[in-house]
Design a binder for this molecule. Structure first.
Ligand SMILES: [Zn+2]
Length: 152
């Protein structure tokens, strides 16, 4: 399993991996050229499929990335590497016209914290692209279906 950065035509390197403990698996891949990051989230069933295929995510099957050393020596806390501002402070009228309904925010809080910012961006971008001004759980469902993000 590999991720390519389309802009750079570079193979993305493995960044972070977490198993939140409920069977879901999240992996972050990073483009060594432009720094773009993508996160892969799998639900428990998909995680099992990946495991049964013998695919090692985050093992030494991926060449070591230069930044990996820098990052791990800079901070001991892995979670901090992907820390985002609290959910409430992210949405400001100046930077984003998209509002989050309280119910949607609560649902977002169920997402593992280290990918929450990224997930929030995915939904926010989706809303902007579709001219949606308020994100509700229904919009989240619609976005997941449209974007093929079942299980997130
Ligand atoms: Zn790139």
């Amino acid at each position: 399993m590999k991720f390519l950065c389309i802009d750079c035509d570079e193979q993305m390197g493995f960044g972070e991996r977490q198993l939140p403990g409920d069977g879901t698996l999240a992996a972050v891949f990073r483009c060594p050229a432009c720094g773009r990051e993508v996160a892969m989230l799998t639900n428990p069933m998909e995680t099992q499929v990946v495991s049964s295929l013998g695919i090692k995510i985050g093992g030494r099957t991926v060449p070591e990335q230069p930044l990996e050393l820098v990052r791990s020596s800079l901070d001991g806390g892995r979670d901090e590497a992907f820390a985002e501002p609290p959910v409430d402070s992210v949405t400001s009228p100046e930077t984003s016209p998209v509002e989050w309904a309280e119910t949607a925010t609560r649902r977002l809080e169920a997402v593992p914290s280290f990918v929450r910012g990224m997930v929030k961006r995915i939904y926010t971008d989706y809303a902007k692209e579709h001219g949606i001004h308020e994100i509700t759980p229904e919009i989240m469902d619609q976005a997941r279906t449209d974007l093929g993000l079942e299980g997130m």
